[in-house]
Design a binder for this molecule. Sequence first.
Ligand code: NAP
Ligand code: MG
Length: 397
Amino acid sequence: MAITVKNPIVEMDGDEMTRIIWKMIKEKLLLPHLAIDLKYYDLGVRHRDETDDRVTIDAANAVKEHGVGVKCATITPNAARVKEYNLKQAWKSPNGTIRSILDGTVFRKPIIVKNIPPAVRSWRKPISIGRHAYGDIYKSVEYKVPNAGKAELVFTPVSGGDKVTLPLHEFKGPGVIMGMHNTEKSITSFARACINYALGEKSDLWFGAKDTISKTYHGFFKEVFDREAEAKKAEFQKFGIRYRYMLIDDAVAQIMKAEGGMLWACMNYDGDVMSDMVASGFGSLGLMTSVLVSPEAKYVYEAAHGTVMRHFYEHRKGNPTSTNSVASIFAWTGALSRRGELDGTPAVVQFARRLETIVVETIEAGTMTKDLAAIAEPKPGKYALTEEFIDTVAKQL
Ligand code: NAP
Ligand code: MG
């Protein structure tokens, strides 16, 4: 008998190889077992082009309305893609559009499988990374100083009042300067999204910065995080989880000795660097999931990888492929278990958890795609093709 999912999930279809996988996951793993109302939006690049990208905005608004979405990887068109798909223009990144409508933060979390050993021996549980995606060096103004001169920081209040001028440096010769900023609104949103995620996952929250050196800039981030975490203290206590502020270098050292299981909130640059470090440390892009969480606790789940274009070209030529569907399956299970938790329907959560367990057990029993077979210990005798892997999971389910 099918399990009823009480409220809708917003489904965003995508492009290339992930679109092929998406359909298989739905038809073989989900629809035979679930009675579910999917609000379908086709974010495939052709349909985005036909609708002048309106469909992306509609999908983001649908997530606002229903609270939970699941998204297939999509092409962000560049000049080559505009030509390949004969597009009207190089439409913006759908993820960027969705993120700006929901004002969200992206969290990445690896899937742990016993026979894919992490590079760091102590890592036994996933380490999630939350990256602040606004400001700092990513929205800075830089200047190459040609010769001797005086550099200053100037702030002019709109409401009148005195101009503030701070000396930066007296140059005796050539050099370089940069001015960067962030806003209290953006930092607060980021802190709240991290707190929502940590409470949702029931995991500790780490935040690292360098407030000993940058007493005002990094100090401000710490102040906002401390304030927002303090406001949720009762909920942290209820779940038995902790908020910890650490100096960023201490956080890096601690992570290497930790067993994992925490959310590590990072300032923009730290998140850029550390998310790649953590992703490669856990093995493969095919095992990395990603979720966008808004300050109002709306969620969009997806795989962290792209549309796996090279595999799609092979597929189109009629050649067999071995594309990893695990992160896409986990995007669905993430959305389903969130939906189930919000709806108070434990059977839906259990179904999602069961599917996740079967996927992990399938790999641990030696059935896996080529990307994993290359790094598994022990190595399997052969690797599974794209559809073979999904079929094996479907049979277990
Ligand atoms: P990609 O899809 O992440 O794939 C890059 C390479 O990583 C693949 O060629 C493959 O290596 C390996 N790989 C990634 N995911 C895999 C999986 N599930 N199973 C097996 N191998 C996997 O990046 P791309 O090919 O550079 O980008 C293609 C398109 O994706 C672009 O148009 C880009 O705009 C888009 N993109 C979308 C998102 C998103 O929607 N969130 C994110 C990133 C990129 P091998 O070929 O060596 O096997
Ligand atoms: Mg990076």
